[in-house]
Design a protein around this ligand. Structure first.
Ligand code: FMN
Length: 364
């Protein structure tokens, strides 16, 4: 088996990764009041362990109800002071680092009963189809959210991150706009078509692109699945996919980060190609794939207490080599083992560490 394809460099504008292995964003809520300081050592160890690109866990933007926990990581306010040390820790270890900008919408943290001091906010006041939670967003609130995304992206550039990612998947705020069952609006931000429901996420992408300039790598994370419905689908064919994402390409997305439950799951009937493969083919943009790279099962089952077992990496390396996608994002593997990438490079034929400690606040 050859995993050589995983160790080719990747570059896109400001973003340069020594290899094709990224650590997927993983919210751990181990940052008191959103202060990133405790992450410096955690991310440094993963960069030292050979991970080329670190995606920060979801970092919330400056809106009272953006988070789903008092300790959600922040990219605004007092938290900004401690980001330079985190970025330097990763850069000094040879890694690249990109923050993931996050607004949870009305979607709760798994298993949490915490209620935000401000009402949860979402397109139509729903956390899931038919399940009311918080308030529907007003025009003024939408303006403020857009400004908060822009401010966080500007901060990302100013602080020295290697790019910026907008989280528009998993049933969080921007994905709640996409999904017909959580976006029931009849104003300019809703409508029967996905193109109409994409207008607010698109406005965010355009505003962020305008703010960070043309050369700063802008990534968009999307998924078909939602935490409220793992079988949910926004698009059912390559044509629908292209119609959905072309405006995002024009708006300035450089890289699509595709979250699948399994990286090798075929997306549309009649083809083995994954969603990441289809997005690359239909948009012409590089893609990153996540979902069970080197580990069995999916991370949702892990929240239910099931741990994954190591799996061979030859299949994913072959697909990467064939150009189906451009990078892999590894979640549970790199969380459980800081040296995951190094060990793979040194010839481990399987990912070495079953992520048994997944939800135990791994600190190594
Ligand atoms: C503990 C945990 C927290 C996560 N938090 C986030 C997050 O903040 N943002 C995000 O986009 N995905 C999040 N994810 C999903 C991961 O980025 C990744 O897509 C998923 O774990 C699949 O990769 P894996 O099978 O290699 O674990 C999280 C996953 C886990 C296990």
């Amino acid at each position: 088996m050859s995993v050589a394809a995983l160790f080719e460099p990747f570059a896109c504008k400001s973003l340069r990764s020594a290899n094709r292995i990224a650590m997927a964003s993983m919210a751990r809520w181990a940052t008191p009041r959103g202060d990133p300081a405790p992450l410096a050592d955690f991310y440094r160890r993963r960069a030292e362990g050979g991970t080329g690109l670190i995606f920060t866990e979801g970092a919330i933007i400056d809106r009272p109800a953006a988070g789903n926990d008092p300790d959600s990581l922040r990219l605004f306010g007092e938290a900004l002071a401690n980001w330079p040390a985190v970025i330097a820790a990763v850069h000094d270890a040879g890694g690249a680092i990109v923050p993931q900008l996050w607004h949870c919408g009305a979607t709760a943290k798994p298993g949490s009963r915490w209620r935000s001091p401000a009402p949860f906010e979402s397109p139509s006041g729903l956390q899931a189809p038919g399940m009311a939670r918080g308030e529907a967003l007003t025009e003024a609130a939408l303006d403020d959210i857009l400004a908060a995304f822009v401010a966080a992206a500007e901060a990302a550039r100013r602080l020295g991150f290697d790019g910026v990612e907008i989280h528009a998947g998993h049933g969080y705020l921007l994905d709640q706009f996409f999904w017909a069952l959580t976006n029931l609006r009849s104003d300019a931000w809703g409508g029967p078509t996905l193109a109409e429901r994409s207008r607010f996420p698109l406005a965010v992408v355009k505003a962020v692109r305008a703010a960070v300039g043309p050369d700063f790598a802008l990534l968009l994370r999307i998924s078909q699945w939602k935490s409220a419905d793992l079988a949910a689908r926004l698009v059912a064919s390559p044509q629908e996919l292209e119609a959905w994402l072309s405006p995002f390409v024009e708006a300035g997305v450089d890289v699509f980060n595709i979250s699948q439950l399994r990286w090798d799951q075929p997306e549309f009937d009649g083809s083995p190609l994954s969603l990441a493969g289809w997005v690359k083919r239909t948009t012409g943009r590089p893609t990153i794939v996540a979902g069970g790279v080197g580990v069995s099962g999916d991370f949702i089952s892990a929240f239910g207490g099931l741990t994954g077992e190591p799996e061979p990496l030859d299949g994913v390396a072959r697909a990467l080599d064939a150009g189906e996608f451009d990078m892999v994002a590894v979640g549970r593997g790199v969380l459980a083992d800081a040296d995951w990438a190094q060990r793979v490079r040194d010839g481990a034929t399987r990912s070495p560490c079953p992520p048994a400690k997944l939800l135990a606040g791994v600190a190594n």
